[in-house]
Write a protein that binds this ligand. Structure first.
Ligand code: PGA
Length: 257
């Protein structure tokens, strides 16, 4: 079975109002209707899920986080609640949550189980904080290994792993610009090896590994082609209808070949 390349628009805490969110959503939907060879996901902030979901038919709806339970957890949002709004994908363990909101590997693991258990596609974010010359940072393997602990191979197809080197995220302090496709490819191999140690090689082949960090329409094709990425997680460029449209078009070009 051929896995579609996946493009995820991570809007973070943007935009400021539902009207603007609906305009952005309509732009994403237009591209999704046009490029069906891609799986396209819009991940707005929680308050706009319903308004954005109402605009999507071909594009999928994603959340930027999930909580592992329902009930007496003030401020939390459960898998059941997300599903009731039509959410199909949940981003989990984004570096901004790990760094600024105290999210630990143990919390990430619980959230991942909750998402997979509810039948959602889980987009697990991992990445090293500092740029390193040479080898891969063991932190990436640790993040993947710890999150997947105890999961079974049958979850592989629901899982997407987003390699997002923290230093390459556009809004990171001291942002060093996007990674190189070559380094991202090495990260991919390293992540695959870690997944294979949990799911076996066949299970690992069902997990999509994608890249995030200062993705633009200009660098997207190289990450997909030379970096052998199965998709892209797009932050800043996804807040501009023209820019996310261009990213999707350039990805569709690669997917066609
Ligand atoms: P960026 O964000 O594209 O603005 O670098 C990516 C992300 O943080 O998911």
């Amino acid at each position: 079975m051929v896995m579609k390349k996946i493009i995820i628009a991570n809007w973070k805490a943007n935009p400021d109002n539902a009207r603007h969110a609906a305009v952005l959503a309509a732009a994403v939907e237009r591209q999704a209707a046009r490029y069906r060879t891609l799986e396209i996901v819009a991940a707005p902030p929680f308050p706009f899920l319903a308004a954005v979901g109402a605009k999507l038919r071909n594009a999928r709806l994603g959340s930027q986080d999930i909580f592992w339970d329902g009930g007496a957890w003030t401020g939390a949002v459960s898998a059941a609640q997300l599903k009731s709004l039509g959410v199909s994908h949940a981003i989990i363990g984004h570096s901004e949550r790990r760094m600024h909101m105290g999210e630990t590997d143990a919390m990430v693991q619980k959230k991942l189980r909750a998402a997979l258990g509810a039948g959602l596609a889980a987009v697990l974010c991992v990445g090293e904080r500092e740029r390193q010359d040479g080898g891969m940072d063991a932190a990436v393997g640790d993040q993947v290994g710890s999150a997947l602990q105890g999961l079974s191979r049958r979850h592989a197809r629901q899982l997407v792993i987003a390699y997002e080197p923290v230093w390459a995220i556009s809004t990171a302090a001291g942002n060093a610009g996007a990674d190189t496709p070559d380094h991202a490819f090495r990260a991919r191999l390293y992540i695959e090896k870690t997944i294979a140690s949990v799911f076996g090689a066949r299970g690992a082949a069902g997990v999509r590994v994608i890249y995030g960090g200062s993705v633009t329409a200009e660098n997207a094709p190289a990450f997909l082609r030379d970096g052998r990425m199965d998709g892209l997680l797009v932050g800043r460029a996804s807040l501009d209808a023209k820019k996310i449209g261009a990213v999707i078009r350039s990805a569709a070009e690669v997917a066609r070949r």
